[in-house]
Write a protein that binds this ligand. Structure first.
Ligand code: SAH
Ligand code: SF4
Ligand code: F3S
Length: 443
């Protein structure tokens, strides 16, 4: 009997690059294949199926993928039955070209084709053909996709797919397709199931969660969706990414102030502090409008943790534009940022602009902003010394360590002393504010 099981059990190894959407898509790939009898393994050498879930948001990410793919070739030589699949944003963009470049790849599938993976594997095995499926599924928002999350405490939940904004630098509208919201009943059902399974925190995912509901007939917008989810017993913390500043409404600010489960963390990508650059990025707001929303959000939500994305070296960014970004960072006082050097991407409008900046200019601006933000993060964290914060316990801070670790409501990591269990909410007195985390002890 045991032998039969080990003969039929297949092992899946998923490698993930890119953003939370991709991390969650990898959980779905594992969920879909789990129903076909595949179990996940962390050991790439044991796998029968390797899926590389790719990101193409910057040039570097794409290079990293091709070198990773090259390394996988040797496993195929050692194990001829091994199947290699490529998923995610590069797969969506490049399609069959990936197989031409790396003929040992068996399957290429796009960002809305995950549910077809079992059928693709079957075709590959039974008909000995390499399979590419990258057509956008226009009904993707209606599908109920299984997910193998593994965490037990915190879960990502997609509320919308795609993006219609076409910021001039960004490849995402091409790799994820048109914006589609998922019906609220289906989101509610998934989160209720998670709560029944013991999950305590959900992070709602979408490229622009503030425009949730567009195209659905049910008339539920993002603040209304938050209220619906707030009523689910068992869920104690609700977070969401990403918010687009142009669509952040007063009703969202009210919801943030009113709903206790909604955490005091907001990721609001500013991208640049220069109005000229923002306009050429097609972001749809000026710095003054951005800053006004930040001020109102901070009035409504004391001790808001505000994080952002910044791009330096956008085509044509002058010294004056760059100084405007530095001034904006000093005014906005972000808790932390994701900082990027502009990277030209295929299909995008900015990729063809003539005034591309030299790499050393981009690198210099990157270092200036990095330094400034590190000081800002330290300053903001040191203000928090002496505060008592609610932490959701995740476990030991390191294997074998007596320090525990968790996140505060703003989303920052806190390492602390005291007796507690994973999943518990505890009050921690902050004793030290470091550049990358806070330290404290249970009160
Ligand atoms: N939907 C989200 C973020 C998507 S991509 C939003 O609108 O904010 C994540 C971040 O990558 C972006 O916010 C941007 O700062 C950065 N990014 C996107 N394209 C880029 C490019 N071509 N070069 C450098 N950074 C880029
Ligand atoms: Fe890209 Fe802009 Fe869409 Fe964000 S909102 S995914 S930056 S196009
Ligand atoms: Fe995410 Fe990268 Fe695609 S950031 S949406 S995986 S291009």
């Amino acid at each position: 009997m045991n032998e039969m099981v080990s003969n039929t059990e297949k092992l899946l190894h998923v490698m993930t690059f890119g953003c939370q959407m991709n991390e969650h898509d990898s959980e779905r790939i594992a969920g879909v294949m789990g129903l076909e009898g595949y179990t996940c393994t962390g050991d790439v050498e044991k796998a029968d199926l390797i899926i590389v879930n790719t990101c193409s948001v910057r040039d570097k990410a794409e290079h990293k993928f091709y070198s990773e793919l090259g390394r996988l070739r040797k496993y195929k030589k050692a194990k001829p039955d091994l199947l290699i699949g490529v998923a995610g944003c590069i797969a969506q963009q490049e399609g069959e070209k990936i197989i031409r470049r790396a003929p040992y790849v068996d399957l290429v599938f796009g960002t809305s084709n995950i549910l077809n993976l079992p059928a693709m594997v079957k075709r590959r095995v039974e008909h000995h053909v390499r399979v590419t499926e990258v057509d956008f599924d226009r009904e993707y928002n209606m599908l109920d996709l299984p997910a193998d999350r593994g965490d037990g405490l915190k879960a990502w939940v997609s509320i919308m797919y795609g993006c219609d904004n076409f910021c001039s630098y960004c490849v995402v509208p091409f790799t994820r397709g048109r914006e589609m919201s998922r019906p609220s009943a289906s989101i509610h059902e998934e989160i209720s199931r998670l709560a029944a399974d013991g999950y305590k925190e959900v992070t709602l995912l979408g490229q622009n969660v503030n425009s949730y509901g567009k195209g659905l007939e049910e008339g539920v917008d993002f603040p209304a969706l938050l209220r619906l989810i707030h009523d689910i017993d068992g869920i104690e913390r609700i977070r969401f990414v990403t918010s687009h500043p142009k669509d952040l409404s007063d009703r969202l600010i009210e919801a943030m102030a009113e709903l206790p489960k909604l955490c005091e963390g907001l990721h609001l990508p500013m991208q640049s502090g220069s109005d000229g650059v923002l306009s050429r990025m097609r972001r749809g707001y000026t710095f003054a409008e951005y800053y006004d929303k930040v001020k109102r959000m901070r009035q409504a939500v004391p001790d808001l943790y505000l994080t952002s994305d910044i791009i330096v070296g956008f085509p044509g960014e002058t010294d004056e534009d760059f100084r405007a970004t530095v001034r904006a960072l000093e005014m906005a006082e972000f808790d932390s940022i994701f900082l990027f050097q502009y990277s030209p991407r295929p299909d995008t409008q900015a990729g063809t602009l003539p005034e591309q900046l030299a790499d050393d200019v981009k690198a210099e601006r990157f270092n200036i902003v990095m330094d400034l933000q590190q000081k800002m993060t330290l300053k903001k964290n040191s203000f928090r010394v002496g505060m008592v914060q609610e932490i959701m316990v995740e476990g030991a801070s390191k294997k074998g360590s007596e320090l525990m670790n968790g996140r505060n409501r703003g989303g920052a990591i806190v390492n602390f002393e005291g007796e507690c269990r994973r999943g518990e909410l505890v009050n921690v007195l902050i004793t030290e504010g470091l550049g990358y985390c806070l330290k404290g002890k249970i009160t």
